[in-house]
Design a protein around this ligand. Structure first.
Ligand SMILES: Cc1c2[nH]c(c1CCC(=O)O)Cc1[nH]c(c(CCC(=O)O)c1C)Cc1[nH]c(c(CCC(=O)O)c1C)Cc1[nH]c(c(C)c1CCC(=O)O)C2
Length: 342
């Protein structure tokens, strides 16, 4: 019996959509907070295969999601290319910046990433052993544009101004950085697949700030390159792409990149996404994560709305973005029960 997530990714319309949740292993769960405290800090947790596998399994045990997503972070890959990475408590990630031709040239060669990232592959191997037979294991990486925004600014930013400035002022350096991340991402995801990942997902959290030709060049082209390289090496391993807040850019995204599924954020309606994106194949999404905080009848109604809007095509139920630390674990259960009709 093929796993439900893999069936949906092949284009099958299932009577009940399979379900998982972005950031399903995270601070809203007391058992996550406990394991994270044991690990010391977030990065130590990411690089501890036994504990990273443990937090990946926690939401599977508690809720029986149809997929588990490897516990790691999109910033581990740039860290493996050389720049220092740390997390400021209460503020988020900080990185050593890469903004000059010399700094791009000084990044470690792509083959060197495995020295840093081998614990992540070990986490995948543990999970491939320990997950229930019906649960799909999803590996992931950041898409090159989003990873580049953190490398260039050295932190998260609302408008990605530093990356847009480098793109405008030193196109060759910007392109060289995108190319290096693209090549490293192929090796990183390929190693995750070799270790046992059955699906991989590319997170382009800041795709929405790329407009017009920039969207084609930096949200689509690098993702298309990664998918083509992965398909050549691992035919049959599906790829989910998440060009968050792409808006009109969602239309035809699967065709132009080769993605098997497009994940949709909650700034567009499920009806719009069904009519414009799901016509090309499987979609994932797109309940607003705020419902995991507020719960109640509004959650039930919004969940039914998403399920119904996507019911005529292949669909994987998910949130439109990650669940937040202030979410209530009981509301997650209510969402799952509503989707599954139990
Ligand atoms: C932009 C981005 C990052 N990381 C990620 C993205 C893309 C998706 C998105 O847009 O949310 C992706 C990511 N981060 C994490 C995962 C693990 C798998 C999952 O459960 O989805 C995944 C897939 C764990 C994490 N990554 C992070 C946490 C919280 C860390 C903690 O325990 O303190 C988790 C569980 C930290 C992180 N990591 C990052 C930021 C900006 C932060 C700080 C923000 C925050 O505190 O929520 C970078």
């Amino acid at each position: 019996m093929t796993k439900t997530i893999l069936r949906a990714l092949k284009g099958e319309v299932l009577p009940t959509p399979p379900i998982w949740m972005m950031r399903q292993a995270g601070r809203y769960l007391p058992e996550y907070r406990e394991t994270r405290a044991k690990a010391g800090d977030f990065l130590s947790l990411c690089y501890n295969p036994v504990l990273a596998a443990e937090v990946t399994l926690q939401p599977i045990r508690r809720y029986g999601f149809d997929a588990a997503i490897l516990f790691a972070d999109i910033l581990l890959l740039p860290q493996a290319l050389g720049p220092k990475l740390w997390f400021e408590t209460g503020e988020g990630p900080r990185m050593e910046t890469v903004t000059t031709a010399a700094q791009v040239a000084n990044l470690k060669p792509v083959e060197a990433i495995h020295d840093t990232l081998s614990p992540v592959y070990e986490t995948v191997r543990i999970l491939a052993q320990e997950l229930p037979k019906k649960t799909t294991l999803i590996g992931f990486a950041g898409a090159p544009w989003t990873v580049a925004t953190y490398m260039i600014a050295g932190k998260g930013s609302k408008d990605q101004a530093a990356a847009h400035a480098l793109k405008a002022e030193d196109r060759a350096t910007f392109q060289a950085l995108i190319d290096r991340i693209t090549e490293a991402t192929v090796e990183y995801l390929s190693a995750q697949i070799d270790a046992g990942a059955e699906v991989v997902k590319l997170f382009d959290s800041w795709a929405g700030s790329l407009k017009g030709q920039d969207f084609r060049d930096f949200a689509e082209a690098p993702v298309a390159r990664i998918i083509a390289a992965l398909k050549a090496r691992h035919p049959g391993v599906p790829v989910i792409a998440f060009p968050r807040e792409a808006g009109q850019g969602y239309i035809g995204f699967a065709h132009r990149t080769g993605a098997d599924c497009v994940a949709i954020d909650n700034s567009v309606s499920p009806e719009w996404a069904a009519a414009n994106v799901q016509i090309d194949g499987c979609v994932q999404g797109n309940l607003a994560p705020e419902h995991m905080v507020t719960g109640g009848q509004a959650l039930v109604a919004a969940t039914r709305h998403v399920v119904k809007a996507f019911s005529r095509g292949p669909h994987i139920f998910n949130l439109g973005h990650g669940i937040t630390p202030d979410a209530n674990p009981d509301h997650v259960q209510l969402m799952i029960d509503t989707v599954r009709g139990t």
